[in-house]
Write a new protein. Structure first.
Ligand SMILES: Cc1cc2nc3c(=O)[nH]c(=O)nc-3n(C[C@H](O)[C@H](O)[C@H](O)COP(=O)(O)O)c2cc1C
Length: 192
């Protein structure tokens, strides 16, 4: 079965990224013929890039790099779920990207950004991330953005109802799932 992976780009101990990823997975799963896998950078726990050689040389020396490379290589498509931090995307996400090179190339991918302030849905973060992913050569579809309202948060800064946030953006989330699935199917057909 094909696999679509959702990379959770935020790693803070109090965060909404994982709740959003779970809700996106639940929304997309019934609509696509693929397993949805969550790659949570907080759980994966990559150290700050500690490979001696550049990823493009593909001579990984650390077990954590091999494990991360295996996850991406096994992903037929990837959704980068990223918050906006100070008009950019999180350092943990850049670190995870920089670990690899060939595994990213031509991989069907989408950016799904989110942010609270000003109702822009983290679009500045998505812009920055797109520039990096285009440079590396991923096969990117149009980005999606999730607007988080102040009233979506509990007093403890988690989401009161992540499914409701995703339902508000249902068309966009389903569009991403469908377009990635189309790309997977096209690649499968070309390889057959
Ligand atoms: C360091 C930091 C910087 C932030 N900068 C922005 C910003 O530029 N624009 C915005 O809309 N929200 C900003 N926020 C609010 C986040 O989008 C919001 O806290 C969101 O819940 C972060 O995602 P996370 O909870 O998954 O980490 C910032 C949050 C943090 C922690």
């Amino acid at each position: 079965m094909s696999r679509i992976s959702i990379i959770v780009g935020s790693t803070r101990p109090v965060r909404i990224g994982r709740q959003l990823a779970d809700a996106v997975a639940a929304k997309i799963a019934p609509e696509v013929d693929a397993e949805i896998r969550i790659l949570d950078l907080a759980e994966i726990g990559l150290p700050l890039l500690d490979e001696p050689l550049m990823a493009m040389m593909h001579q990984y020396q650390n077990a954590h790099t091999h494990a991360w490379a295996k996850e991406i290589a096994a992903s037929d498509a990837v959704i980068f779920l990223t918050p906006q931090y100070n008009a950019g995307y999180p350092a943990a996400l850049k670190n995870a990207i920089d670990y690899l090179h060939g595994e990213w190339k031509d991989r069907p991918s989408a950016i799904l950004s989110y942010g609270g302030h000003g109702g822009h849905g983290g679009t500045a973060s998505a812009r920055q991330l797109r520039e990096v992913l285009e440079f590396i050569g991923l096969d990117l579809i149009d980005s999606g953005s999730l607007t988080i309202a102040q009233t979506d948060y509990t007093p403890e800064w988690s989401l009161a109802d992540a499914d409701a946030v995703i339902a508000r953006h249902g068309d966009e989330v389903l569009r991403i799932g469908a377009e990635l699935m189309e790309k997977i199917d096209a690649e499968d057909a070309a390889a057959a």
